[in-house]
Design a protein around this ligand. Structure first.
Ligand SMILES: N[C@@H](CCC(=O)N[C@@H](CS)C(=O)NCC(=O)O)C(=O)O
Length: 225
């Protein structure tokens, strides 16, 4: 029987901290004795369902977050840059269509999940590019190596009831009942058959301790980004 521990990473590409958490966790894929399950979700849904508020909408928290992200990006070696119009891009435009596309991939072609998520983060959180238009999503898919026909076919399904309910179920329905998510990134570590929630990218040291693994900092091996 495998002794590898399972970690689930709940994320949304609209969440910059999720990108930092995603890259760091993946750097540990072959260092820690873990299996990582990527769980795309919808941050705005979690925030509202849990009665939370978007941190950027609380002025002092928002100002702190912008500075914190700048420092964290440098420390974590992820090329994250704030979009030129944060509120328009992040709060108004959001990520619903992009996350529905990522969900469609999770359901039928999970092998592309990692690559397309990274490409969407690069667009919105590094290159100041759109992620809401079909053409933008197709560009990210292309960079992730998804054949054009497949990307177009999946894109045509993103407003289907199956995809919509899978994205909802991923984060808002099932989890709200047992694992009480309130933001992202959320890592659920299955330790001794029990799920434990770790919120944010600043809990890796604690996570390592609970897993019985060593925390070697955010860049345990040369970053390819
Ligand atoms: N301290 C955390 C902050 C993470 C964070 O602010 N995540 C946002 C989304 S990008 C969120 O969901 N916030 C909810 C909250 O702070 O309650 C970290 O370092 O990762």
């Amino acid at each position: 029987m495998s002794t590898r521990k399972v970690l689930e990473l709940f994320y949304d590409v609209v969440s910059p901290y999720s990108w930092l958490g995603f890259e760091v966790l993946l750097r540990y894929k072959n260092i820690w004795n873990i299996d990582i399950h990527l769980r795309p979700g919808f941050l705005a849904g979690i925030i509202s369902e849990s009665g939370n508020a978007a941190p950027a909408l609380i002025p002092n928290k928002g100002a702190y977050m912008f500075k914190d992200l700048e420092r964290m990006a440098e420390f974590y070696q992820v090329p994250l840059r704030l979009p030129s119009d944060f509120f328009h891009v992040v709060i108004k435009k959001g990520s619903l269509s992009a996350m529905r596309f990522v969900t469609a991939l999770q359901m039928s072609h999970p092998e592309f999940l990692e690559g397309v998520s990274r490409e969407l983060w690069l667009r919105i959180w590094s290159e100041d590019k759109d992620i809401t238009e079909p053409e933008s999503i197709l560009q990210a898919a292309k960079k992730a190596g998804i054949p054009e026909d497949l990307a177009k076919k999946l894109l045509s399904t993103i407003t289907s009831p199956e995809i919509k309910s899978k994205l909802k179920e991923n984060t808002e329905i099932e989890l709200a009942k047992s694992i009480k998510l309130f933001g992202m990134p959320s890592i659920v570590a299955h330790i001794n058959d029990k799920p434990e929630l770790f919120f944010g990218t600043d809990r890796f040291e604690l996570l390592a301790h609970r897993l019985g693994e060593k925390w070697l900092g955010p860049v345990p091996q040369k970053s390819e980004l």
